[in-house]
Design a protein around this ligand. Structure first.
Ligand code: PMV
Length: 320
């Protein structure tokens, strides 16, 4: 039997970092995906390999140890933790493919975790709901990263555009968002755990000021929700620009990210902001009219990804 599970990456439209402090956030699944295949191992070893990410490892899921045969995958920690928590440690072969840039704030770790867990559940014939899958995947992210909001794993599990409220309920926004956007990402990876910790330190040193920045992000996220529901593209762009300024104030921008944001706006993007944890990683620029100009300008300095929102969350296939 071979089990295949696929989960999408995501972009955060509003509310990264403030979501860690209980504020609302909005993120959408994108049509770049991580695909995990699991089958019985032909040997007595558990093997993890990825042609796309260029690595191969022999792993011991009981002790969470691994021996790298090729490559250097940061993502392996999420797979190890998933196996440690949800596998009976019998030898399996895991093959990972992904076209989500790794470490770019586009949900690669959440997508890999969700797809690995879904494949494991199916492999073991376990019944599960999307809710338990997203919760268990969030738990793994938290174990590996130290701090993580439930946003990424919710979006990668459910697909679509998701609003996460202050009381941690999630709502799928029933809209078709057709405005084109471009993602720019730098080769410099962001470290989500470190960025979250840096913001926490800034907050500890400046409690009153940072609390106001964070609550402003919550207010603008709620305005963003209404702008999205009303398809008010100008308002969405305006709020993205404000959100970027507040993220910059929290210290998570970098010269590369700022350059992409300002270039995109100069070339006609209606709104541009960091998406994800920052410190490297990605920006998102909303471009109703001139996506090609914006994309080619960013591509002179960094990488671009043209993608779309997708309603399709996790799905799987079982081959006997
Ligand atoms: O690096 P990303 O895209 O997974 O960003 C995470 C967003 C944060 O709000 C910074 C952290 C979190 O867990 O929500």
């Amino acid at each position: 039997m071979e089990v295949i599970a696929s989960a999408p990456g995501k972009v955060i439209l509003f509310g990264e970092h403030s979501v860690v402090y209980g504020e609302p956030a909005i993120a959408g699944a994108v049509n770049k995906r991580a695909v995990v295949k699991i089958k019985k191992s032909p040997t007595d070893k558990t093997i993890l390999k990825s042609h796309d990410l260029n690595f191969e490892a022999e792993i011991n899921s009981k002790s969470k140890k691994y021996y790298l045969k090729k490559g250097k995958p940061g993502i392996i920690r999420y797979i190890l933790e998933a196996l440690y928590q949800h596998h009976d440690h019998s030898p399996i072969e895991i093959t990972l493919s992904s076209n989500i840039p790794i470490g770019s704030g586009l949900g690669s770790s959440a997508a890999v975790t969700v797809a690995t867990l879904a494949a494991l559940y199916k492999y073991h014939g376990k019944k599960f709901s999307r809710r338990t899958l997203a919760d268990d995947a969030h738990n793994i992210e938290e174990t590996v990263q130290g701090i993580a909001s439930p946003l990424d794993t919710l979006v990668c599990t459910n697909g679509g555009l998701i609003y996460l409220s202050r009381d941690r309920r999630f709502q799928r926004l029933k809209i078709n968002f057709h405005t084109p956007f471009v993602i720019g990402y730098t080769s410099k990876h962001g470290n989500t755990g470190k960025m979250v910790k840096d913001v926490r330190d800034l907050k500890e040193n400046n409690p009153g000021t940072v609390a106001l920045i964070i609550s402003s992000m919550g207010v603008l996220t709620n305005s963003g929700k209404y702008a999205l529901l009303n398809n008010d593209v100008n308002k969405i762009g305006e709020l993205m620009n404000i959100n970027h300024g507040l993220l910059d104030a929290l210290g998570v921008s970098t010269p590369e990210l700022s350059r992409m944001v300002y270039l995109a706006r100069k070339k006609g993007a209606i709104g541009a902001k960091i998406t994800g944890a920052g410190g490297g990683g990605s920006i998102i620029a909303l471009c109703p009219d001139n996506i090609d100009t914006v994309a080619s300008e960013i591509a002179k300095y960094e990488h671009i990804l043209k993608t779309k929102f997708t309603p399709k969350g996790v799905y799987f296939q079982v081959k006997q």
